[in-house]
Design a protein around this ligand. Sequence first.
Ligand SMILES: [Zn+2]
Ligand SMILES: [Zn+2]
Length: 264
Amino acid sequence: MRFVSFSSGSCGNCSLLLGSRSGIMIDAGVGIRRVKKELENLQLGLENISAILVTHDHGDHIRSLGSFCKRVGAPVWTTPLLHEALLRHPFTKDWVGPCRQNLTPGVWNPITEDFDVQYFVVPHDATQCVGYAIRSGEELFVLMTDMGHTTPEALHWATLATTVVVESNYDLDMLLGGDYPQELKDRISHGIGHLSNDACAQAICDFMHPGLRNLFLCHLSGNNNTPELAYESARAALQAAGVEPGTVNLRVLRRGIASPLLTL
Ligand SMILES: [Zn+2]
Ligand SMILES: [Zn+2]
């Protein structure tokens, strides 16, 4: 498996997971022209997008989904409830219908030649928000973002994963000491908003297991976090969990900046 994040955070979320014969784009919060350009830099193209997975119906995840449906025509896989929301959402309602593919809960959904997918619901203030477990051969890629708090099911999937992408949204002191209105501070931190660096660190201690090779931190706040703080918090968590330095590839996925094409 190979993986590239085109951007991660409230400015836009979009990434691509590549197998030997097919690719899955996860969320469409980055413009299609930029994605095309980033793909060309990697000697890839829009034809490498065989399917699209959507985590939830917030703009930073679906802003460009309409153009991907129109231009790429790849099937859009998500839950029936989220598809209903996409059929009403101004960003997607005119385009997503013909691409609609419903995921079945609790089973492996074979969505491309290389990949089988299961979803799990995570707490977030959207119509519904889901994390994904994506299987290819012996590899298991688990993504959980926009998650107010962890759940036993999310942690369960992460304990089986070879790669975990997990939200590390905010530093609590920066959030509380910052100039967001109290209502917004509450929305972010009160259980159905986003995962703090501390909560992410606790999650890492909970799901750490010897099979984990890659740990990518995603959806960092631009105002209430820094890549250095998030990285250090996760690094300390790995150390506390007894992980030898260098055993797990720890990386921050950046806001508005593409990662390299990572071999998982
Ligand atoms: Zn988001
Ligand atoms: Zn969201």
